[in-house]
Design a protein around this ligand. Structure first.
Ligand SMILES: NC(=O)c1ccc[n+]([C@@H]2O[C@H](COP(=O)([O-])OP(=O)(O)OC[C@H]3O[C@@H](n4cnc5c(N)ncnc54)[C@H](OP(=O)(O)O)[C@@H]3O)[C@@H](O)[C@H]2O)c1
Length: 247
């Protein structure tokens, strides 16, 4: 029996990386999957890769109007959803002295406000007994150089999620947090680290991880499946970081 048979999952920021691998695994486990992102061409390619009737909808989590249009489209197609994974996120590394107002606002608009209003907008669409997964980061709890704004934008998510777990208790909707350590995804190309410095940066990261390597998105997908399917797990922040929090 598939673990997510007859379930509907909506995953934001799933045209690449952790979101896409999670969408692929959820689809293999029987779920109907809706994925979002801002780049239509990349979204179309991801939908093909996921298969099994996946649906891709272009939607920007920084726009409340986009959340509303997404909820209307998904509601029309499926009626309700069982799993909402608020996964879309951005990161640009910078020492605080160099952070511009635009960089600060972009992090909080996407990583923080995008998650809050995504959950607020999608909550009526989530079936009672369903669940929410919020993708945070190890950086929310472990101090890492140049991560200050990103860390701040992610740190709010654990507070949101734990409050929601109680707010939604009458509807038996569980809310959990997935906090990855460094994972090999496209995001590594968006950090602001030059191509020339990339290998050294990745080696440095791997050295900090007891596992001796960065994570693979499929490992995060399996953790997301655990959170989506274990019905007694609620309000948990699950670190999937190869032990990096210990160093
Ligand atoms: N990889 C890591 O090392 C790592 C570690 C800790 C936490 N995380 C978190 O894991 C999540 C997924 O990241 P990833 O590593 O899989 O990176 P990724 O491959 O770059 O994926 C990020 C996804 O978010 C989407 N996105 C970005 N801004 C968006 C917006 N405004 N509206 C809608 N979608 C948006 C991107 O698509 P478009 O660009 O097309 O919009 C993409 O699908 C993020 O929240 C990230 O902070 C990653």
């Amino acid at each position: 029996m598939q673990m997510l048979q007859d379930k509907v999952a909506l995953i934001t920021g799933a045209n690449s990386g952790i979101g896409k691998e999670t969408a692929k695994l959820f689809a293999r486990e029987g779920a109907k999957v809706v994925i979002t992102g801002r780049r239509q061409d990349v979204l179309d390619a991801a939908v093909k890769e996921i298969g099994d009737g996946a649906l891709g909808i272009c939607s920007d989590v920084a726009s409340i109007g986009d959340h509303q249009r997404l909820a209307a489209a998904v509601g029309e197609r499926f009626g309700a959803i069982d799993i909402y994974m608020a996964n879309a996120g951005v990161i640009e590394l910078s020492p605080s002295a160099d952070v511009t107002e635009e960089e600060y606002d972009r992090h909080f608009a996407i990583n923080t406000r995008g998650v809050f209003f995504g959950v607020q907008t999608m909550a009526p669409l989530i079936r009672d007994g369903g669940n929410i997964i919020v993708t945070s980061s190890l950086a929310a709890t472990k101090i890492l150089p140049q991560h200050t704004v990103y860390a701040g934008s992610k740190a709010a998510l654990a507070a949101f999620a734990k409050n929601w777990a109680l707010e939604f208790k009458e509807r038996r909707i569980r809310v959990n947090i997935l906090s990855p350590g460094p994972v090999e995804t496209e995001i590594l190309g968006k950090l602001g680290v030059s191509e020339a410095d990339r290998p050294a940066f990745e080696r440095h990261m791997a050295d900090l991880i007891p596992a001796g390597r960065m994570g693979h998105p499929s490992e995060l997908a399996r953790a997301a499946l655990f959170l989506a399917s274990e019905t007694f797990v609620n309000g948990l922040e699950l670190l999937v970081d190869g032990g990096m929090s210990l160093t």
